[in-house]
Design a binder for this molecule. Sequence first.
Ligand code: CP3
Length: 338
Amino acid sequence: MNDRFLRACRRQPVDRTPIWIMRQAGRYLPEYRELRSRVEFLDLCRTPELAAEVTLQPLRRFPLDAAILFSDILLPLDAFGISMTFTPGPRIAEPIRSRAQVDALQARPAGEAVPFVADAVRLLRRELNGRTPLIGFCGAPFTLAAYLVQGEGKEGFGAVKRMMFHEPATLEVLLDKLAAAMVDYLRLQIQGGVQAVQIFDSWAGILGATDYARFALPYVRAIVNGVRESGVPVIYFVNGAPHLIEAAASAGADVLGVCWRMPIDHVAARVGPGVALQGNLDPHALFADAAVVRERATDVLRRMAGRPGHIMNLGHGILPETPIASVEVLIETVQCAN
Ligand code: CP3
């Protein structure tokens, strides 16, 4: 079994730096677009055979060191009976704005609400047959709340910040409920067989450090603590967060996912040796010529050389228009580097 990804998560020695790519299953792949032209996004996620197929698509093309389950961070909100569409970004039918709405939210067990996720995981473990480790994931409570309160993806997420200043206790109740539901949801994936989990905090960076410490970090800690017993490594990815790095590293995750904004060795110096790092090539670098892709990837590797616990990745999700050839160059560069 290729275990260099899991070894790097635990800061154990590896033969070379492992690599996987955030959002590696998706629209930059023609085979995904072909399938997607026939099947709605939510149907892909909710049909175990199709979710498994899409998960495997990037692995057939590229020698990646990990697979990530095909789904979306908003899918487990099915457990609260929240209905949504994707166009292609998420849209929540009835955004959560009031205390009464928050109080009314009651989560069903993930195993009842989204059983297809556990089925997809089981199928994938069988298909992967120990060759490549499988990563499960969830959204961090603040990021989920940002979508739930706003109702759609929006730079700045004014609605959740308004709630934060206006009715902080309401937001705290919502975050508590989301954290508990995500523990249940990750445990379902872990029981199904995922070998690591990633918590995506795509929007924590809109918070100042003081608000992050109150409205984001404690709920991520609750999730990390809630799955610790399972022993699977936890990755915590925080986007847009140069001002939050030390705090994010204190969440208790085994690996900190680093966004593209800071040199990764500066992050390493700030957080110390106790946490592995994942990242952090700028996704836009993949629009450059092969020589530049090689140079930028090598730069990230050089900055982490000799530090136990580095997983190569982008500093945010791969963009839909990314040329396949650049992905190949990136992976070759990592494979040949050490
Ligand atoms: O990484 C993978 O390959 C697994 C699949 C995955 C998707 N979404 C599939 C998807 C993962 C891990 C996610 C996580 C996710 N979803 C995040 C966190 C990561 C990040 O980018 O910050 C967020 C914020 C979302 C919410 C979301 N879902 C957005 C903003 C969008 C639309 C724009 C976009 O980035 O694609 C989606 C839809 C979505 N999720 C698509 C895919 C493949 C496109 C849907 C389509 O095919 O029409």
